[in-house]
Design a protein around this ligand. Structure first.
Ligand code: FES
Ligand SMILES: [Fe+2]
Length: 339
């Protein structure tokens, strides 16, 4: 599936940049599903997103500056508000009316979990994924990764629900090389995607023994994972001592070939129990192990089941393909593939 060629994918919310990366002085560029955006903070500190092309002579607005909460084009200085309406043309006489056609497309834009979320359509099909643990004062939020991967979102998502790769991809971190049989799973398709439950025996290396405050060389992860269509997941892991480590990962689609990986975690312990730096270090190792393999996969991941071969543990990925195929069909689209 070529994500930029499936218009229905524009009808979902995607996290695009950390709110903390935005300034009141200069805008930031981002490309979402092939749509170039200029992102900035308005006078109230609220994020705004517009098409990154001035309606005058098409200059990139993200190369401009922010003046009084409005985005000023770098070329001739026209300024746009967060609705994309041109509110100042410096070359006009004072009091001269600005034509209503002087505007750029603005997009739905809001903040959640410390990130700016954008929907390219005025009528999103689903809300931003709700994570009840994020509102729990007993949980701390740790920002982990923000980086571009040359990989499609579907590949990242199904990898998250694939119990069969640990002994190979994660042999140096938590996978048991001598136990390649995948842990069994319980899958429930839901309106927003799917839920998967599993109990996974894992190796507990020294760094994790500290992070988890579990001295054993092996442990059990009780997993409760959600896939939120199309490219977001939460992986809630509960360890035998009650510690909760919930990982949020979005593979926000930049283009057909690339995704912006956004990951944070929510933990039920404190900084005194386990340093955020040390938690990030372990999850970094695991994530890089996945990245190395995922970037080697074909970005044009097929939805048609016969187009790749499968084994029983691939059920989550098969459900993802079926649900995405049904979504396309429901909206009158045919899966677009590389020719
Ligand atoms: S191109 Fe933007 S003001 Fe002229
Ligand atoms: Fe993995």
């Amino acid at each position: 599936m070529l994500v930029t060629k499936q218009p229905v994918l524009k009808r979902f919310w995607y996290p695009i940049v950390p709110l903390s990366s935005l300034s009141f002085e200069t805008p930031s560029p981002f490309e979402l599903l092939g749509q170039k955006l200029a992102i900035w903070l308005d006078a109230d500190g609220k994020p705004a997103a517009v098409s990154d092309r001035c309606c005058h002579r098409s200059a990139q607005l993200s190369k401009g500056v922010i003046i009084n909460g409005c985005l000023r084009c770098p070329y001739h200085g026209w300024s746009y508000n967060s609705d994309g309406v041109c509110v100042n043309v410096p070359q006009f006489e004072p009091g001269q009316t600005i034509p209503s056609s002087y505007k750029v497309v603005s997009y739905l834009c809001t903040e959640r979990y410390g990130y700016v979320w954008v929907c390219l359509d005025a009528a999103p099909l689903l809300p931003i994924p709700a994570i009840s643990e994020a509102a729990d004062p007993a949980m701390r939020l740790i920002h982990q990764f923000y980086e571009r991967w040359e990989c499609s979102g579907l590949r990242v998502m199904e990898n998250s629900f694939d119990n069969s790769h640990f002994s190979f991809v994660h042999a140096a971190s938590f996978g048991d090389q001598h136990q390649p049989e995948p842990a069994s799973i319980e899958i429930t398709p839901v309106d927003y995607g799917l839920n998967m439950k599993s109990r996974v025996p894992v190796v507990n290396p020294p760094l994790q023994q500290t992070n988890l405050q579990l001295a054993e060389a092996t442990t059990i992860r009780t997993v409760d994972a959600n896939w939120f269509m199309p490219f977001t997941r939460t992986l809630k892991i509960t360890y035998p001592n009650g510690l909760v480590h919930l990982i949020f990962t979005a593979a926000t689609p930049i283009s057909d070939r690339a995704s912006q990986i956004i990951q944070f975690c929510l933990r039920s312990d404190t900084e005194a129990d386990a340093a955020a730096e040390s938690i990030i270090a372990f999850d970094r190792q695991v994530t890089m192990e996945d990245r190395s393999v995922l970037e080697s996969t074909d970005y044009d991941a097929p939805l048609a089941i016969p187009d790749e071969q499968h084994m029983p543990s691939d059920q989550p990925g098969i459900i993802m393909r079926r649900k995405l195929a049904a979504l396309l069909k429901e909206h009158g689209e045919i899966e677009q593939r590389r020719t």
